[in-house]
Write a protein that binds this ligand. Sequence first.
Ligand SMILES: C[S@@+](CC[C@H](N)C(=O)[O-])C[C@H]1O[C@@H](n2cnc3c(N)ncnc32)[C@H](O)[C@@H]1O
Length: 270
Amino acid sequence: MSVVANLTKPCLEPIEFKQIQKYFSDSAKTYETGAQLQHKVGESLLNNLLLNTFENNNRLTCVDLGCGPGLFTQRLNKQFNKFIGLDLACDMLRANTTTNLKVQANSHSLPFLPASIDVFYSSLMVQWCDLNQVLTEVHQCLKPNGKAFVATLVDGTLFELEHAWSRVDSDKHIHNYLTAEQLSYVVDTLPWSNVSLNKQTEQFWFSDAKMLAKELKCLGANFVQNRKNKGLITRSVWQQMEQAYQAEFYNDQKQAIPATYKIMYLELTK
Ligand SMILES: C[S@@+](CC[C@H](N)C(=O)[O-])C[C@H]1O[C@@H](n2cnc3c(N)ncnc32)[C@H](O)[C@@H]1O
């Protein structure tokens, strides 16, 4: 029994909210320039949501958790009578100019009444959170039969970058993503009436690791929790990593290196 629990239950590190808030606030102005994954995933998540027929749309309240600068705000706003964008980072909310209803809050402690929300939409936020805590809050705030549409990243994301760094040092360079099994375990701890999980892979191509790193920085997604070496990476160390990346993953046809993302789409009904 304890072996099964060890295999599936995530081992949590303390979450550095202040740092997450800072990285995302700092990236608010550049976010859209690097957001190719975010557009793709957000679009799929929105399609999942639109496949559902919600009765009395004109009376429903939808919350976008971790809305960022609001890539999908306008379209969600159109779908629902009341739409609220929520984010930890003030500058992200400032950049989100397509809705007036914005809340600066931590998804670990939602500022909504129990059973008051019809739909939650959350794209690429919960990988920065304690999933169990956020889903517990979401479950509590949803009305009976309310739904949550969540997209998040799981283990295997950016494995090429992680592998290239492992050739150079033993520090942490990639965010700690839950495995698909851990995620499923957490979801199952709550009394959802229906659960649907769907795993997808997306791959993007870059001329070199520097371009990938630049994109992650534009998005604020370059923050790595509990990294030992918080200082600058020297040029020679970076070059070693770049060489390892190119040597093992360069694709002749594409004349580029890949960056892979493992995405889990969740559709949860209370
Ligand atoms: C990768 S961005 C995704 C933004 C948007 N959903 C999109 O797809 O473009 C992650 C967002 O989640 C927010 N975030 C991270 N942790 C959060 C938390 N605990 N509570 C609320 N927002 C959080 C960040 O500030 C950032 O705006």
